[in-house]
Design a protein around this ligand. Structure first.
Ligand SMILES: C[S@@+](CC[C@H](N)C(=O)[O-])C[C@H]1O[C@@H](n2cnc3c(N)ncnc32)[C@H](O)[C@@H]1O
Length: 205
């Protein structure tokens, strides 16, 4: 599928530092979930991780985190920024395309922030299929759903709770919870929710 990128491509935005989506710190709700022990352990993936503050903040001896981005510039920058941290053996940054990457192992946790909304709606079924393929049975997908408004065009493209439900439920995910993100950045408050989804195990698993 021909997947539309922002004019000039994502890497160009990174080269030029036009990264308005970047909070400059770990996402407060992700930090909160991590600190309250409510994130699954095991192998975690953050596709389209950008700088990857969240990759670093949730990495621990119990949770190995892969930060994936296909921008060479972004991945090189993240490696430079974070590779000397004390927990650096618990995470890695990979320059790969989410839609074609074939990892040797699946994941117990996948966190999507500002990634689903980076694609035109026609790409979303492929996004959902990849989530299903990359997730271990019983694994959890966390979607920070933004922007829940009625904008036209993108990125970020407008999202809705029903858009996620229509894609994920037929693929064997069930909703654990969908709540407003009270810790969203000021400019995103009221138009961002936290969705938690479990990939159901088949009877034999
Ligand atoms: C809007 S930014 C969000 C970055 C980060 N999640 C955040 O919230 O700060 C989207 C990111 O996805 C990356 N990206 C877009 N398409 C991708 C793909 N097919 N595979 C991997 N990364 C991709 C871009 O390079 C960019 O860094």
């Amino acid at each position: 599928m021909d997947i539309k990128e922002p004019h000039g491509g994502w890497d160009k935005l990174w080269v030029e530092g036009r990264t308005l989506w970047d909070l400059g710190e770990a996402t407060p709700i992700v930090v909160h979930l991590c600190e309250t022990g409510s994130l699954p352990n095991g192998r975690a993936l953050i596709p389209g991780c950008g700088t990857g503050y969240d990759v670093v903040v949730i990495a621990s001896p119990d949770r190995y985190v892969v930060g994936l981005d296909f921008s060479k510039t972004s991945v090189e920058r993240s490696k430079k920024m974070f590779s000397s941290l004390p927990n650096s053996k618990h995470f890695s940054f990979l320059e790969e395309d989410f839609f074609t990457w074939e990892p040797s192992e699946k994941f117990d946790l996948i966190l999507d922030y500002n990634f689903f909304c980076a694609f035109e709606p026609k790409v979303r079924p492929l996004w959902a299929k990849r989530m299903q393929e990359l997730m271990n049975p019983g694994g959890e997908l966390i979607t920070l759903m933004f922007p829940l408004d009625d904008r036209v065009g993108g990125p970020p493209y407008q999202v809705s709770v029903s858009a996620y439900e229509e894609l994920l439920i037929p693929l064997g995910f069930e909703v654990i919870s969908i709540v407003d993100n009270e810790l969203a950045a000021d400019s995103r408050k009221g138009i961002e929710k936290v969705g938690r989804w479990k990939k159901k195990k088949k009877r034999s698993e």
